[in-house]
Design a binder for this molecule. Structure first.
Ligand SMILES: [Zn+2]
Length: 414
């Protein structure tokens, strides 16, 4: 079908939409199926009725003419990537300017449309939003679902639930302990995909190991998780100290976000309970790199550097203990751009000492499990619709191969 990368001015990935009506054979050089690299020289991914029906050794000439033959023999094909933690309400550049756009519908949608396009361009097929006070990420989800905006699959919690008067007023209105049940019910009734809870404030860039105040008591958090689960919703927990992480793990949340200053005993609880950890290295590491010129003092830079270096060590420890690690960027947070943040996060996981196969697994198969989308994406196996990306080079040898996504193969809408 193609032999050469088309000349596009913008670095825009070429998207091949696969229709339900036709049969396809995608011939790939290498295939990483979400778990491992398949052992064939060439691999054929057979797609029929909008789903992968077989993944087998590719051989011989192009198959018969009733099938569409997509020759990606020079590429490595892998599942589309997953970012487990983004904030579509923010742009990663200027917090206040992004918030100023919230009431300006058309400008806001233009900004989000651009960021979603950049997200797709990086091979990201699904993102999980962390919420915002104005339901911006939620609206973005609906724009994509209705076909008005092009973008990855978006899961949204609407708002984040935190304690009134504590950190996170831009993330949600803040509630009291006795509003928990009612708020979870009302939030669920609006059709959110999960519940986001703030268990603590954020990590300080001024004082090492200082983290904003705790929000909920163990009893309150337990109730929040119970009511969410009763309504069939998973709980994504922002917890930035070891105390908060331990509380969240004890309450049985479904994923632990950030977890700065997490301890070994808390990691052991995560491993035992099978709770995934999304360590979000990029938002802190990018501050240390002064990526967008965030003007920190030398003292602050030292705190920032120490904080993310410690996080790198704990990521390695977590992997040794068998904790499921997810790739989440906190894209939208100042210093982390939508789309490109994911490769930065993956390279940081490599700096932490994780193997490239483990990192790719985290960004594909584990990501889809964390989002509950494992029946739709994250693997190249029979039964799943095709959410595939193709790159030159071998990302198992060099993650930078993901810098340029050549093609995406996606199910056509409807
Ligand atoms: Zn966040």
């Amino acid at each position: 079908m193609e032999k050469q990368r088309p000349c596009l001015e913008d670095k825009t990935v070429q998207i091949i939409n696969v229709s339900q009506e036709a049969d396809y054979v995608v011939r790939a050089g290498k295939v990483f199926d979400g778990r491992a690299l398949l052992p064939y020289e060439k691999t054929d991914i057979i797609i029929s009725g909008g789903r992968i029906t077989a993944v087998e050794q590719g051989a011989g000439p192009a198959p018969d003419s009733c099938k569409v033959f997509i020759d990606l023999g020079g590429c490595a094909v892998l599942p589309g990537l997953v970012d487990c933690h983004v904030h579509l309400a923010l742009d990663g550049k200027d917090f206040n300017r992004a918030m100023d756009l919230w009431p300006r519908e058309s400008l806001l949608l233009e900004r989000i449309g651009n960021d979603l396009r950049k997200t797709l361009d990086r091979g990201i097929v699904a993102v999980r939003d962390g919420g915002d006070r104005q339901w911006v990420g939620f609206r973005a989800r609906d724009e994509v679902n209705s076909g008005r905006l092009a973008g990855p699959r978006i899961l949204s919690p609407g708002i984040a639930l935190g304690k009134r008067g504590r950190y996170g007023s831009f993330l949600g209105p803040g509630i009291t302990g006795d509003q928990i049940e009612d708020t979870v019910k009302k939030t669920a009734a609006r059709g959110v995909d999960h519940i986001k809870v703030l268990v603590s404030g954020v990590v300080s860039f001024k004082e090492y190991r200082r983290v904003g105040e705790m929000h909920f008591s163990p009893e309150e958090l337990g109730r929040l998780v119970w009511h969410s689960h009763r309504l069939g919703l998973r709980v994504m927990a922002h917890a930035s100290s070891d105390e908060a992480a331990a509380l969240a793990a004890g309450a049985g949340v479904d994923s632990l976000e950030h977890g700065y200053f997490i301890s070994r005993p808390t990691l052991e609880i995560l491993a035992k309970k099978g709770i995934p950890w999304i360590p979000t290295l990029a938002p802190v590491a990018n501050q240390a790199r002064g990526r967008l010129g965030e003007g920190h003092t030398p003292e602050e830079l030292e705190v920032i550097e120490k904080t993310y270096r410690r996080q790198l060590k704990m990521v390695y420890r977590a992997q040794e203990l068998g904790v499921i690690i997810g790739t989440g960027t906190d894209a939208g947070a100042t210093g982390v751009l939508h789309g490109e943040g994911l490769l930065e996060e993956m390279l940081l996981l490599e700096e932490a000492g994780l193997g490239r196969d483990q990192i790719l697994r985290a960004a594909t198969a584990s990501g889809s499990l964390i989002l509950g989308l494992e029946k739709e994406l994250g693997m190249v196996i029979p039964g799943l619709p095709p959410y595939l990306i193709a790159v030159r080079g071998n990302p198992l040898e060099n993650l930078q191969a993901l810098e340029n996504i050549e093609y995406m193969i996606l199910p056509s809408a409807g």
